[in-house]
Design a protein around this ligand. Structure first.
Ligand code: NAD
Ligand code: WQD
Length: 343
């Protein structure tokens, strides 16, 4: 399939069927970009891409391939005139990364190396990379700026930090490259239509999907990991940011790439505790969310909140949707997809 002739640009989105990738595809299509997706669907359903196309009323081109398959990846670049790449494809579960570190370094770092090689060979010089707040380690109670040191505490976070360094070294050697690493905090919510959302495959790791499944009756109750943190209610505080606004951030990044590597946080600057999120989800869903206070989860930190001043100052990007809206949107998606996407 060819891309439209009037497209603003043609963007390769790796991991485009995933939670953040699929919302970003809608944002790109809505802004006139043509989208080519490479995804092996190891943690996502191809049905997410059908939802993207229904929502935007536009077609995209999708390839099922592992990013580390250099031949397959090169063939995609050969078939399209790619202007820029947004690189989401990765594994992201902290606990799993401790259990299988080599797999994580292979997929996350190896995938990024493979992508950069093909980009350089094919003369594609614009890259937006999914980085993560997890590279900071513990926030120590203050909002984190991009100048705070990286202190990753697990293989997943280290793999993201390594990717940033791989990109930095490659940009140093190839000054024609323009790259942006977006360090996002805790993406949550869903497209307001309810057609697109978070549908983790296999074991659940994150709080919001857990709340969604308890509210819809797929799980009986939630465990709150740790109630003795030095936070107002003793439970851990995070900066939840609406996935649609994260998607907007990627589209804005693409349009603002310039030579070199820039690093920017995407967060709200507002902290929400686990118990506050439980309460907000109960209110949004009108369902009871039974919970038990249990021991801390190994590797967790007390507080991670962004200082999002730099991106606001430079681009005017500000997250405006609050926790209530994130919960209502996530709940709409869950109600329409009680068992997740089909297939
Ligand atoms: P996700 O699991 O929903 O999406 C990842 C996508 O990448 C999936 O569609 C998966 O099938 C695909 N993929 C994985 N390995 C691949 C490979 N080797 N080849 C091709 N495709 C592959 O996760 P997400 O929440 O959408 O996260 C996207 C990116 O954002 C990741 O890089 C993650 O590290 C980063 N990130 C996520 C969060 C978060 O909490 N969701 C926060 C900060 C950063
Ligand atoms: C949030 C809070 C849990 C589940 C992870 C990655 C980070 C980034 C975002 C990718 C924590 C608590 C959770 C449950 C609970 N992703 N919790 N009961 O750990 O802040 O961040 O996702 O880059 O890198 O580490 O997110 O949603 O897992 O947890 O009490 O059943 O909810 O202990 O305090 P986290 P999370």
């Amino acid at each position: 399939m060819t891309v439209p002739e009037d497209a603003v640009s043609t963007v390769l989105v790796t991991g485009g069927a995933g939670f953040i990738g699929s919302h970003t595809c809608v944002e790109l299509l809505d802004h006139g970009h043509a989208v080519v997706v490479v995804d092996d669907h190891s943690t996502s359903s191809p049905a997410a891409l059908d939802a993207v196309q229904s929502l935007s009323g536009r077609r995209l081109t999708a390839y099922r391939a592992d990013l580390r398959d250099a031949t397959a990846l090169d063939a995609v670049f050969g078939a399209h005139r790619i202007d820029a790449v947004i690189h989401f494809a990765a594994r992201k579960a902290v606990g799993e990364s401790i259990a299988m570190p080599l797999e994580y370094y292979d997929i996350n770092v190896g995938g990024t190396v493979a992508l950069l090689r093909v980009m350089l060979a094919r003369g594609v010089h614009r890259l937006v990379f999914s980085s993560s707040c997890s590279i900071y380690g513990d926030g120590g109670g203050h909002p984190l700026t991009e100048d705070d040191p990286a202190r990753p505490t697990n293989p997943y976070a280290r793999s993201k930090w390594m990717c940033e360094q791989v990109i930095a070294d490659t940009v140093h050697r190839h000054p024609e490259l323009s790259a942006l690493a977006l360090r996002y905090f805790n993406p949550a919510g869903a497209h307001p239509s309810g057609l697109l959302g978070e549908d983790p495959r296999g074991a659940l790791h994150n709080l919001m999907p857990y709340l969604m499944q308890v509210a819809v009756g797929r799980r009986p109750r939630i465990e709150v990991f740790g109630s003795d943190y030095p936070t107002p209610d003793g439970t851990a505080v995070r900066d939840y940011v609406h996935v649609v606004e994260i998607a907007e951030g990627h589209r804005m990044a693409l349009e603002r790439l310039r030579p070199g590597l820039r690093v920017l946080n995407l967060g709200t600057g507002v902290g929400t505790s686990v118990l506050q999120l439980v309460e907000a989800f109960a209110e949004a869903s009108g369902r009871k969310i039974p919970y038990d206070l249990v021991a801390r989860r190994p590797g967790d930190v007390a507080e991670l909140v962004a200082d999002a001043g730099r991106v606001a100052g430079e681009w005017g990007w500000r997250a405006r949707r609050d926790i209530g809206e994130m919960c209502r949107d996530a709940w709409r998606f869950q109600q329409l997809h009680p068992e997740g996407y089909p297939g």
